[in-house]
Each structure stands twice: as C-alpha cells, then as structure tokens.
Design a binder for this molecule. Structure first.
Ligand SMILES: Nc1ncnc2c1ncn2[C@@H]1O[C@H](COP(=O)(O)OP(=O)(O)OP(=O)(O)O)[C@@H](O)[C@H]1O
Length: 212
C-alpha cells in the first residue's frame, strides 16, 4: 500500500519575528486528512506555525511545501467578524456572491447550526452585539461551513463554557471529517475528544511529534 503524501512539509524552517527565531530549524511532515493537534506554552509559536502553513508568513530560511490548490478555512484567535453585519452575513462571507437557492440553503444550514451550538434565533443579530463566546462560535461556523480542504482552528473553544463547548464540538467534528485540520489547544480534554489526533508540541522554537 502506498503511503499518502503529506499535506504540508517543513524542511529546516526558521521564522524570525522581531529579534527572535520563533521557529528554529523545524522539519516536520503533516499528513493529509488528519487532525493535527498543536500544543505548547503561551508564546511558544503555535499561531506562527499556523500562519506559516497558511502562507501568511514566509520562512526566513528553509522550505515549506503546501498542497497545490487547497481551499483553506480558518478561525483565528481573534474572531475577525464584521461587527456591522448580521451573524448569517458573516457566515456567508467566504462564499462571495450567492444566488437565491444557494443562499437560502446556507441560511437554513446556518440557522440549524446556530441552534445546535446553543445560539438559536440569533442569525439576524449584528455580530457587534454578541458576547465573546458567541462570536467564537460564529467564527467557527463560518470556517466549518465554508468550502474547504484544510481547516485551521486556533484555540477554537477558548472562552466557551462546558456545555457550549461540548455542543460546539459535537456539531463541528462531523463537518471536519475527511479534511486536513490543524487544531491549536491548551486543553487535554479537547485533544482527547478529537478523532485519531496527531499530536505536536511547539517548544523552544522546535515542533516535535507527541505531547509535552
Ligand atoms: N509580528 C510579530 N513581531 C514580533 N514578534 C511577534 C510577532 N508575532 C508574534 N510574535 C512573537 O512570537 C512569539 C510566538 O507567538 P505566537 O502567537 O506564535 O505564540 P502562541 O504559541 O500562539 O501563543 P498563545 O498560546 O499565547 O496564543 C511570541 O513571543 C510573540 O510575542
């Protein structure tokens, strides 16, 4: 049986930000179609790793191989919602202009998704009127409902209470099936709830397989 090509490869990559090599001589292969759980202390470089894989940062030295033509979705640590737009308009953003039936289908899916994550009836609320935990969930819905092959989630459940967290996870996981996922978390329980996760630790500028 042939081994599938990795979705992303880093070869001796260094990323310098300000005065510091945040990532230093990192080599790693990230398999396609798996959930990669990225852990590490605050400031270790987890977000920088995600930005590097997404192509938002280029390495100062070394090589990055990214999949050709992959469609990316992301929920960043800061939710990046447009406050003056409604919840459903924010979820629709990655889809660009949509026709009647397609738009109606997404609106319906958004309505059902909001109910599933404990935000029933909020599709017409302005994003600027939402709480932090509600904003988080809208940003996750937007990423998970967009058409994508690779999904980057930077501390996706941060700030959610246990019930919301559980409901959001239950809604989210089936929608990530078959995709390559990068999931940054500080939570052991969250990592354990993910399907067959591939664990990575960012520490001292290095990215190592396994837990801390
Ligand atoms: N644009 C930048 N210029 C200079 N330094 C930066 C820049 N962006 C990040 N850093 C620094 O790089 C280091 C890694 O930051 P990064 O956000 O990747 O860490 P993290 O592991 O995601 O942290 P957290 O868990 O707190 O989100 C930090 O010391 C941060 O201050």
């Amino acid at each position: 049986m042939s081994v599938p090509a990795p979705a992303y490869s880093l070869a001796d990559v260094t990323v310098r930000l300000g005065e510091r090599d945040v990532l230093s001589h990192v080599s790693a292969d990230f398999a396609a179609d798996r959930v990669h759980v990225v852990r590490g202390a605050s400031g270790a470089g987890k977000t920088t790793l995600l930005r590097l894989l997404m192509g938002l940062v280029e390495p100062d030295s070394g090589g990055v191989r990214r999949p050709d033509g992959a469609r990316l979705a992301a929920a960043f640590q800061e939710d990046r919602l447009l406050d003056s737009l409604t919840v459903s308009a924010n979820v629709r953003l990655p889809h660009g202009r949509m026709g009647g039936p397609e738009r109606a289908r997404l609106l319906d899916e958004t309505r059902r998704a909001l109910a599933a994550v404990g935000m029933a009836g909020l599709e017409s609320a302005r994003a600027g009127e939402l709480s932090g935990g509600q904003r988080r969930r809208v940003s996750l819905l937007r990423a998970a409902l967009s058409t994508s092959d690779v999904v980057f989630l930077d501390e996706p459940l941060r700030g959610l209470d246990e019930g919301s967290s559980r409901a959001t996870m239950a809604w989210l996981l089936p929608r990530l099936a078959g995709k390559t996922v990068f999931w940054v978390t500080h939570s052991e329980a969250e990592a354990a709830a993910l399907p067959a996760p591939v664990l990575w630790t960012v520490d001292g500028g290095r990215v190592r397989p396994g837990r801390m």
